[in-house]
Design a protein around this ligand. Structure first.
Ligand code: PLP
Length: 232
């Protein structure tokens, strides 16, 4: 586990090289450390190495970690699927949810977000390349979903997220183009707020950065292989 700091530096180097190769500023790309299944000690180690943003997939597991680490100035992102019976606990604990795929979940999060907390940041998960998968909003439904989320008072629509099929790096460019299309067709969508493209993981962060990613979600390259799978 003493490798986490080194791994983190290596990932930041990869991000810096990938961005400079396409003339982007590395400061425009946020690293989200995906700590699912990893122990609290691993998160603390990453924190001590300078990492502040962490991504978790499983609500129950995440809430235990968030509560245990409440004294640290961390930003918590839910990147796994969210069922409606868990929206209240998510609204109470997280700063970001990347996996919005239908209006009902966004409405519940907005209604349940306490007024003494800042609005919850949301990204819509887009199903660009996988017709069979149930994960993500289909492209044809995105515009209506964006328009319906925008007026919700306690959430802020920050952008789009994608988990493409392995090797389908064209999907990253498609997500960038989809953001541009939405900005061009929905006048009330503010590019400075709707500024996030959550895409790229350990194996494909370079391609995602080349295509315009603003947030890469990296687990294995920081924390090593995950041993267990937690099912909710
Ligand atoms: C697990 C996970 C990641 C991190 O994947 P690695 O290949 O370990 O970097 C990123 N995004 C999502 C949605 C995940 O579930």
């Amino acid at each position: 586990m003493q490798d986490i700091s080194h791994h983190l530096q290596a990932v930041l180097r990869r991000m810096a090289i990938a961005s400079s190769q396409v003339g982007r500023d590395a400061a425009d790309i946020q690293l989200l450390a995906v700590s699912k299944t990893m122990p609290i000690a691993a998160i603390v180690e990453a924190y001590e190495a300078g990492q502040r943003h962490f991504g978790e997939n499983y609500v129950q597991e995440a809430v235990e970690k968030i509560n245990a680490l409440a004294d640290l100035p961390l930003t918590w992102h839910l990147i796994g699927p969210l069922q409606s019976n868990k929206t209240a606990v998510v609204a109470a604990h997280f700063h970001w949810v990347h996996s919005i795929e239908r209006l009902k979940i966004a409405q519940r999060l907005s209604a349940q977000r306490a007024t003494d907390l800042p609005p919850l940041n949301l990204c819509i998960q887009v199903n660009i390349d996988d017709e069979d998968s149930k994960s993500g909003c289909h492209v044809s439904d995105i515009e209506a979903l964006v328009k319906a989320i925008l007026p919700l008072p306690r959430v802020i629509l920050r952008g789009l997220m994608i988990i493409p099929k392995a090797g389908n790096e064209v999907a990253f460019q498609q997500l960038t183009a989809l953001r541009q299309h939405l900005l061009a067709t929905i006048p009330t969508l503010d590019a400075a707020v709707f500024d996030t493209l959550s895409m790229g993981m350990s194996a494909d962060m370079e391609a995602a950065i080349a295509a315009g990613s603003t947030m890469v979600r990296v687990g294995t390259a920081i924390f090593g292989q995950r041993k267990q799978q937690i099912l909710e």
